[in-house]
Design a binder for this molecule. Sequence first.
Ligand SMILES: *[C@@H]1O[C@H](CO)[C@@H](O)[C@H](O)[C@H]1NC(C)=O
Ligand SMILES: *[C@@H]1O[C@H](CO)[C@@H](O)[C@H](O)[C@H]1NC(C)=O
Ligand SMILES: *[C@@H]1O[C@H](CO)[C@@H](O)[C@H](O)[C@H]1NC(C)=O
Length: 396
Amino acid sequence: MLKKGAIFAVFVALFAYKFHFRPVDHAPDYLRRAVAHNIWNSIFFLTEKVRSATSSRAAIGFMQKAMMPTPTNEDAIEEIVDNGEYKIHFWRRKDLVEEENQPVAIFFHGGGFIVGDVPSVSSFYSSIAVQKGITVASVEYRLAPKHPFPAPSDDCIAATEYIINNSESLKINKDKIVLAGDSAGGELAIVTAIEVKFKMPDFNFAGLVPVYPCTQFLTHRMKAFDENESTGVLTQDFWRMAGANHAFGISAKTDEFIEEMKNKSVFKRIAQVYPNIEERFLGSEDEGDLEPAEMTDEEVELFVDPRFSPLLYSDEALWHLPETHLFTSEIDILYDDQRLFYEAASEAGANIKWTVWKGAAHCEQSFSTIAIGKTIAPSVDRNVEEMINVIADLLE
Ligand SMILES: *[C@@H]1O[C@H](CO)[C@@H](O)[C@H](O)[C@H]1NC(C)=O
Ligand SMILES: *[C@@H]1O[C@H](CO)[C@@H](O)[C@H](O)[C@H]1NC(C)=O
Ligand SMILES: *[C@@H]1O[C@H](CO)[C@@H](O)[C@H](O)[C@H]1NC(C)=O
């Protein structure tokens, strides 16, 4: 959702500068998608202009300004639990407010760990609660750069444990909890599923539904980053800005590291210490003759922490995934992040399914009728409905 000024700026940029953008030829609802993808791609593009002219902090502030609260579905009641560092929003359909033992979908919002909030997606989440007659919860977790790694994942893990521990007073059936999220929120859902299982070995989630998640920040030199950028929505510039800010927060290092990621190889530096990370990437990365990035040993440890790069979870950890359904947009720079995660989890024996939405881009969920109150394209709504039905089925 956009404020008027931002919309104006986006359209000026669009028409004056870069109306070269188009989705892949076989995308369903081609023209409608061309407009929607173009507007979103332009927001990423303008954000990068702000960053290169000023700093990543200013760019993040600019992007956050483009986020606006969306209305709660009028048939839903919202309740907010404030636990200090994080808040949890709950939505229930009006007629189910008093019902005990409800199934719950816990969603983590996207935004690269640096932007986004629950109010900007409350139309989406509250409508799912209404449509499916389930409780929907969403965590307002802390964001980088003010609160870098591991603050966002710490909050999501703590909030999920809180819901499990207090299920009775929250009127929740703890045998029916599904974790879900888009983009960075998909990553947080994966991390939360595994970390909570480590901490509470007797507890089982009913399911996990990550939607176009990032799964690593070691390389952006895989095919999908090149092949899918010019026709997709998400940009490599945003990916680097998110990774550096999530890793280093508010420090002089952050903006320098964005250049370091661009011009040198983080992957090579890490492979010097952990040669076997190659196995998880299945040789998909091509670092050419780049120099290894300058990183301290501590920084290397941060990047290989599976809570930062869940693709690097051990086979044993991946085996502990609950029943998982991963969704991918076909034209996403993160396509290979998700393909590799799927391969690693399948190889480790996890119960995981993978669906690729043809011709769709990153942010698909944000183009849906229930997210923005307007229909952009029937194919978008079909994809998003498919995802919501998977969540509802896991909660049956
Ligand atoms: C939930 O309960 C577990 C085990 O009783 C405890 O270790 C954990 O700290 C609790 N977490 C929260 C967030 O209440
Ligand atoms: C996105 O990238 C992946 C990996 O290269 C590729 O398999 C997929 O077909 C790409 N999508 C499109 C629409 O080109
Ligand atoms: C990184 O490379 C770009 C060109 O590819 C160059 O303009 C920039 O100065 C380089 N940055 C650093 C820190 O070397």
